[in-house]
Design a protein around this ligand. Structure first.
Ligand SMILES: *Cc1c(COP(=O)(O)O)cnc(C)c1O
Length: 391
């Protein structure tokens, strides 16, 4: 497992190398608010453990305020949030939706759940997010909407997409699963399109274990999303179901965890800025080998993941670097595979050279609040060693 040999033949073991025996550095780690236990206990003691209870509406209201939206609808996870949002847009068989090729699989899967077809657009080589030019090229008469993904915490260039949507009569659903608190031209993600979806999975910026949320301003849409979330039951007529809905309800316990998280969200976001700043400083001298995260002038990036792109390196070498770091107790992640390279989506339209190249050469470094300066120094050193070693 641990390669003594390689370390002995590099530099002298550093303090942090010795520390690495004590702990592995995970790529992500949730931090819960101090109040969490008390709030969860209250749910359990009062037996408000299911999907009714005060914490659900409180979490929804607090999250709506946080994103600057009128409504927030809590649900079971980020994928369910996407599925509900697309039901809200009346997506159906035969329709096409433009999604980025470089994203987590859930973005495309939600389109498929509705029987529609995801069409894969390419991403910008600097921000890694959906490229408006590529979206434009992929529009067809069947296109009904666009799902921009604020990938790794960097917002998408929304104005051009919204303009395109207006011109062609399309809807836009933001997939903000990775970008709680990110801003586009000083406006929070979650309030930049017809609606937006968030995830509270264990590795996300705000976590409830599993959980999701949809934000929107439209009253009718909000009512429709609540209808679909709760088995399609008419809110004024019990056991009357005008549509085929889903059970995508969040429990009161999960909402209690989420509400507690909202009290420390600014702390969580500030910690990530610090982590990114430290990596920028540590890795600046390796800029001939690494492309560090680019932040567009109109963007506030929240660094769900701190990304590095290895310049001129093959996928095999990238994977060897990941393994080298893993053997030294540092967990990293490769970028997502382009969605259209995976079996369910093979042979689907979309020329995505930028996504393909980024997917093969990108690594996410550990990005979370528990990282110490020593951890980050060690991660930086090992990354550079790993690149050398892979030659
Ligand atoms: C995590 C994630 C999702 C799905 O969220 P879950 O809560 O895991 O279902 C969707 N889209 C993106 C971009 C994600 O990163």
């Amino acid at each position: 497992m641990f390669s003594w040999h390689a370390e002995m033949h590099s530099k002298k073991p550093s303090e942090s190398f010795l520390n690495s025996f004590k702990h592995r550095i995970p790529v992500a780690a949730p931090v819960l608010a101090d109040k969490t236990m008390a709030m969860v206990s209250e749910c359990i003691e009062g037996t408000w453990i299911s999907s009714a209870g005060k914490y659900i509406t409180a979490f929804e209201q607090r999250f709506a305020e946080f994103t600057g939206s009128k409504h927030a609808i809590a649900c079971t996870n980020g994928t369910a949030a996407l599925h509900l949002a697309l039901m809200g847009m009346d997506l159906r068989e035969g329709d096409e939706v433009i999604v980025p090729a470089l994203t987590y699989i859930a973005t495309a899967n939600a389109v498929r759940y509705c029987g529609a077809t995801p069409v894969f657009a390419d991403c910008d080589p600097l921000t890694l997010t959906l490229c408006p030019d590529s979206v434009e090229k992929n529009l067809t008469p069947r296109t009904k909407g666009i799902i921009p993904v604020h990938l790794y915490g960097h917002p998408v260039d929304m104005d051009r997409l919204n303009q395109m949507a207006l011109t062609h009569g399309l809807w836009v659903v933001e997939d903000a699963a990775e970008a709680h608190g990110a801003k586009y031209r000083n406006r929070k993600v979650g309030s930049l399109a017809d609606c937006a979806t968030f995830s509270f999975y264990g590795n996300k910026i705000i976590s409830t274990g599993e959980g999701g949320m949809i934000t929107c301003d439209n009253d009718l849409l909000a009512a429709k999303l609540r209808l679909y979330r709760g088995q399609g039951m008419d809110p004024y007529r019990r056991y009357w179901h005008p549509v085929v809905g889903f059970n995508y309800r969040m429990t009161n316990i999960v909402a209690a965890i989420g509400l507690a998280q909202m009290e420390r969200v600014e702390t969580a976001l500030a910690a990530r800025q610090k982590v990114a700043h430290t990596y920028n400083r540590l890795l600046a001298s390796a800029s001939d080998q690494l492309q560090l995260p680019h932040v567009a002038e109109w963007a506030h990036h929240v660094f769900w993941m701190y990304t590095v792109i290895l310049k001129g390196i093959s996928e095999d070498r990238r994977d060897a670097i990941i393994q080298y770091m893993d053997h030294r107790g540092i967990e990293t992640r490769p970028f997502f595979y382009p969605v259209n390279s995976m079996p369910p989506y093979l042979g689907q339209k979309g020329e995505v050279p930028v996504s393909a190249s980024l997917a093969a050469s990108g690594i996410c470094l550990p990005t979370h609040e528990r990282l110490t300066d020593e951890d980050q120094t060690w991660i930086g050193e090992v990354l550079i060693q790993a690149i050398e070693h892979s030659r």
